[in-house]
Design a protein around this ligand. Structure first.
Ligand code: SAM
Length: 274
């Protein structure tokens, strides 16, 4: 089987093309995903197939999404060389295409769209095993009060229980990136925190986590742009919240959801646009 150095690929930085070249990490990621022969696996950013070929040997079907149309013929050739016929290649932007049904997602994701991919996977709600930048992984699993606790922690933890599996060193990739990576598992939550309105919740989270070191009422009062409401009104409403005097960074996801629901009710009471 040909490897990356025989293939004359010129990796595109803007597409996050750091290809996995350490076969042990490929094996480990697939093992963590516990792929079985009756499953359809989604792979986001198949590249030249480091993961795709191994996934295809284990799964019933692989849906391999790859935006770079120069890589696709290479991927097709490698699959043909191995006699693997169970891979559907979708040459599109994963953020724009509608995905067919799948059982789990196993991917080494393009780093520049990591947040958007988590958002997208949230909509499908399937178990996922992903390689991503280590710093980003630390934000996904961060808990209240921790340095990395942020909007993306809430977003990920609303849909999933994220688990940090292990660090993956820079040298496992070609070209070698500036930062380390990590394998993360996303287990779909059986019960999500109750929110009155998901769109309002995500808007509220975005607004208050910009000011995560402030007390909740103050963060709300500073969210004129995100909430599209006058500062004076926001300040008045923010002070009515149960956790008004708690810093945003110290609120767990259930308390953030509760605050968002209170705010939603106050918006409705005042006839404000939602
Ligand atoms: N899976 C391969 C591997 O492990 O070697 C490649 C991983 S590389 C980190 C990310 C891949 O995602 C690249 O091949 C890149 O072209 C692709 N990609 C980047 N943006 C994309 C998008 N919006 N939709 C689909 N694929 C994308």
């Amino acid at each position: 089987m040909s490897d990356i150095h025989d293939l004359c690929i010129r990796p595109a930085k803007k597409l996050g093309q750091n290809f996995l070249v350490d076969k042990n990490i490929v094996k480990l990621e697939i093992k963590e995903a516990e792929v079985s022969a009756d499953e359809t696996v989604l792979e986001i950013g198949a590249g030249y197939g480091a993961l795709t070929l191994e996934l295809a040997k284990m799964a019933k079907k692989v849906i391999a999404v790859e935006i770079d149309d120069e890589l696709v013929p290479l991927l097709e050739k490698r699959l043909a060389e191995e006699g693997l016929k169970n891979v559907d290649i979708i040459c599109e932007d994963v953020l724009k295409a509608e995905m067919p049904p799948f059982d789990k997602c196993v991917s080494n994701i393009p780093y520049q769209i990591s947040s958007k991919i988590i958002e997208m996977l949230g909509k499908y709600g399937e178990f996922s095993v992903l390689i991503m930048q280590k710093e980003f992984a630390e934000r996904l699993v961060a808990q209240p009060g921790e340095k990395n606790y942020s909007r993306i922690s809430i977003l990920a933890q609303y849909h999933f229980i994220p688990v940090f599996v292990r660090k993956v060193g820079k040298k496992c990739f070609y070209p070698v990136p500036k930062v380390d990576s990590a394998i993360v598992k996303l287990f779909p939550r059986k019960v999500k925190p109750f929110v009155s309105d998901e769109n309002f919740f995500f808007q509220f989270v975005k607004a208050v986590f910009i000011h995560k070191n402030q007390k909740l009422w103050k963060a709300v009062s500073h969210s004129k742009r995100e909430m599209e409401v006058d500062k004076k009104i926001l300040s008045e409403l923010g002070k009515k919240l149960t956790d008004a005097d708690v810093k945003v960074k110290d609120l767990d996801i259930d308390r953030v959801a509760a605050a968002s629901n209170e705010m939603y009710a106050l918006f409705k009471e005042k006839g404000l646009k939602i």
